[in-house]
Structures are given as structure tokens and as C-alpha cells.
Ligand binder design. Structure first.
Ligand code: ITT
Length: 184
């Protein structure tokens, strides 16, 4: 069985990546060492830098996941600052910011970064389009899931198994798997 070290402090992300990759015969091991997060408008350079930094520190192949929610009416906010905004504002205040906005469209994006020691990092993006709900709904998932509607249901209402079939993270991992399976 293949093993992949996934560097994240986020329990929700870890559980999703573990469940998705298990079905493909890959065991995921969580590492909570963290990495310096670049201040960038895009997730790709953050994931690439993080993966390379940890791969060279641990001297082993590693995977990282940098994600964010991009709300069109807020010009893409909070995007790469999603962690900071979740901690400082949380879903109720994000909904407040959206109170008078008619354009509810938003997307979630994950960029999986993968790097082997001494090599260049690779990035695999995945996006899912949806809408910002008017109130939090559902107790599943984590983070912004209760306010992100996908085809009428929030990710919080959808449940982990269904979310894992369609999510931004699933789409990024599918791209990673395509590459990983062609190399092994
Ligand atoms: P690591 O960097 O340690 O992996 P983190 O939580 O800091 O963990 P990010 O920098 O990628 O990760 O922050 C992404 C933010 O978006 C964070 O607040 C997450 O809770 C949230 N988030 C990421 N994926 C999500 C998902 O699938 N559903 C809901 N919220 C999500």
C-alpha cells in the first residue's frame, strides 16, 4: 500500500483526504509540523512553496493542501485569507457582509501541492462553483461548509461522503491521482 505524508493542522481536511485516497489504496499520514504560508493572491504559489519547504525539511515526499472560498460580490474575498477570516469573523459575519448582495455566486478552490526532496513542487488545483446561502445550514463538514450551497444544498447538509464526490478537494485529488498513478 502506498503511503503519503499530508502536512496539515486542519482535522477536516485530513479526514477528507484520508477518506478519498483510501478508496484508491493510498494510506495518508498526517503531519502537523506546518510550513510558512506566503502572502499571495493565488493559492498555487502558497501550496508549491509549502510542499517544497516541508519535503526538503523532512527529506521525504509530502502533500499539502491550500484552500479558500472566493466570493464574487466581495471581489474574491476571503480567498487566500480564508483561514484568517474564519478565525476572526466566522460564518455569521461573512453572511452579514453578504446581506445586501444579490450576486451570491462563489467558488471553493483547493490546490494540492506535492513535492519530493530536491525536486520542483507540483500543484493540482480543483474548483467547485456554488452560492453563498442566506443562513448557516447543516452540521456536516467544517469551516465554510454550512454557508456554501452546491446545487441547492449546503456542503454542511450534504454529508461527508457526498461532499467528497463533488468537492473542490476531490477534484484537486483526482488530478493528483492521475499524475501519481501514471508515475507509479
Ligand atoms: P493547514 O494550512 O494546516 O492545512 P488551514 O485550515 O490553515 O490548515 P488553509 O490555509 O488552506 O488551511 O485555510 C483554508 C480555510 O478555508 C480554513 O479556514 C478552512 O477551514 C477553510 N476550508 C478549507 N477547505 C474547506 C472546505 O472543504 N469546506 C469548508 N471550509 C474549508
Amino acid at each position: 500500500m502506498h503511503k503519503i505524508v499530508f502536512v496539515t493542522g486542519n482535522k477536516g481536511k485530513f479526514a477528507e483526504v484520508r477518506d478519498i485516497l483510501k478508496a484508491f489504496g493510498i494510506e495518508v499520514i498526517q503531519n502537523k509540523d506546518g510550513y510558512p504560508e506566503l502572502q499571495e493572491d493565488e493559492l498555487e504559489p502558497i501550496a508549491a512553496y509549502g510542499a517544497q519547504y516541508v519535503a526538503n525539511n523532512l527529506i521525504m515526499p509530502v502533500m499539502v493542501d491550500d484552500s479558500g472560498i472566493f466570493i464574487r460580490a466581495l471581489n474574491g474575498f476571503p480567498g487566500p485569507y480564508s483561514r484568517f477570516v474564519e478565525d476572526k469573523l466566522g460564518n455569521p459575519k461573512v453572511l452579514k457582509l453578504m446581506e445586501d448582495e444579490e450576486d451570491r455566486t462563489a467558488y471553493f478552490k483547493t490546490v494540492i501541492g506535492y513535492c519530493e526532496p530536491g525536486e520542483e513542487p507540483l500543484v493540482f488545483p480543483g474548483v467547485v462553483e456554488g452560492k453563498i446561502a442566506y443562513e448557516e445550514r447543516g452540521s456536516g463538514g467544517f469551516g465554510y461548509d454550512p454557508i456554501f450551497e452546491y446545487q441547492g444544498m449546503t456542503f454542511g447538509e450534504l454529508g461527508d461522503a457526498e461532499k467528497n464526490k463533488v468537492s473542490h478537494r476531490r477534484r484537486a485529488i483526482d488530478k493528483f491521482l492521475e499524475w501519481f498513478e501514471s508515475k507509479t
